[in-house]
Ligand binder design. Structure first.
Ligand SMILES: O=C1O[C@H](COP(=O)(O)O)[C@@H](O)[C@H](O)[C@H]1O
Length: 331
């Protein structure tokens, strides 16, 4: 398996394309100058395209991915109704979702043979909308509205319409600020990182049409932490055994182990990382974590070790200015 790591640096308007070697080393393949401040990114399910959200002219750009080395070629673009804070796709590659924190909306863009061809739905009134997360069965879109302490649940129709479910939302504790999510590979549990109180909630998906319930909340921060809590990102390993979440004030990645059924998280430790880690990711082999420091202008690669999943730094690399998004593609 070959892997490519993409990092987005909005302040210098660049995407750095890296080859991830089996020993965890990165070698630079390409630096792409993007026509705008590049923020969120996602690879299409068929791995042919990298989609990137840019501003100040809000749009999604599609870059074709070279199958051999992961290099990018600009191919198409389509406008978005608000500043793209987070983008993702459904599992069939028919639709792209863009959550906008500043516009308080989530939009659906149709993908035609992988290329974005226009917005087909837009739901407003989601204050602090921070991500859009399609459920493993491709049926439900989970949309955290950070400023409203709720996660809205929509059914995705065949033509890309978002239909509010019944119940239409689940709520967090007041002031939590739900932000990014990860799903367990067994499809029974989802994990949400809460930005404003730096906690992680474990959500049980009872069945596709049934009750959704928060079954555990864990503090991400060390017991003696006194600063302003400011969590950002969350990812799980492909085998579902290790979960990671980051906080920007402390520049820490919190390490959790996950029970075999996915229902229980245990705090294992803290990994100091690049300054102000806004985005990170886990590679497809489940061996490495790659984190971006928005204030250090570097990324770091960590090896995942042992049953606890603790992290050991393997290397750090200069990227563009203000890096804040990392995606990994396997090909
Ligand atoms: O990380 C954060 O993101 C939101 C929205 O960011 P934007 O890049 O889409 O403008 C930000 O305003 C929030 O305060 C911050 O913590």
């Amino acid at each position: 398996m070959k892997q490519t790591v993409y990092t987005a640096s909005p302040e210098s308007q660049q995407i750095h394309v890296w080859s991830l070697k089996h020993d965890g080393a990165l070698t630079l393949v390409q630096v792409v100058d993007v026509p705008g401040q590049v923020q969120p990114m996602v690879v299409s399910p068929d791995k042919r395209y990298l989609y990137v959200g840019v501003r100040p002219e809000f749009r999604v750009l599609a870059y074709r991915i070279a199958p051999d080395d992961g290099a990018l070629t600009y191919t198409a673009e389509s406008p978005l109704p608000g500043s793209p804070t987070h983008i993702s796709t459904d599992h069939q590659g028919k639709f792209l979702f863009s959550g906008s924190y500043n516009a308080g909306c989530v939009s659906v863009t149709r993908l035609d043979d992988g290329l974005p061809v226009g917005v087909v739905d837009n739901v407003e009134g989601l204050e602090g909308c921070h991500s859009a997360n399609i459920s493993p069965d491709n049926r439900t879109l989970w949309v955290p509205a950070l400023k409203q302490d709720r996660i809205c649940l929509f059914t995705l129709s065949d033509d890309g319409q978002l239909v509010a479910q019944e119940p239409a939302e689940v709520t967090t504790v007041e002031g939590a600020g739900p932000r990014h999510m990860a799903f367990h590979p067994n499809h029974q549990y989802a994990y949400c990182v809460n930005e404003l109180n730096s906690t992680v909630d474990v959500w049980e998906l009872k069945d596709p049409h049934g009750k959704i319930e928060c079954v555990q909340t864990l503090d991400m921060m060390p017991g003696d932490f006194k600063g302003v809590r400011w969590a950002a990102d969350i990812h799980i390993t492909p085998n579902g055994r290790h979960l990671y979440a980051c906080d920007r004030t402390s520049s820490l990645i919190t390490v959790f182990s996950v029970s075999e059924d996915g229902s229980v998280l245990s705090l294992e430790g803290f990994q100091p990382t690049e300054t102000q880690p806004r985005g990170f990711n886990v590679d497809h082999s489940g061996k490495y974590v790659i984190a971006a420091g928005q204030k250090s202008h570097h990324i770091a690669v960590y090896e995942i070790n042992g049953v606890q999943g603790l992290l050991e730094e393997k290397g750090r690399y200069a990227v563009g200015q203000g890096p804040m998004w990392v995606v990994v593609n396997a090909h």
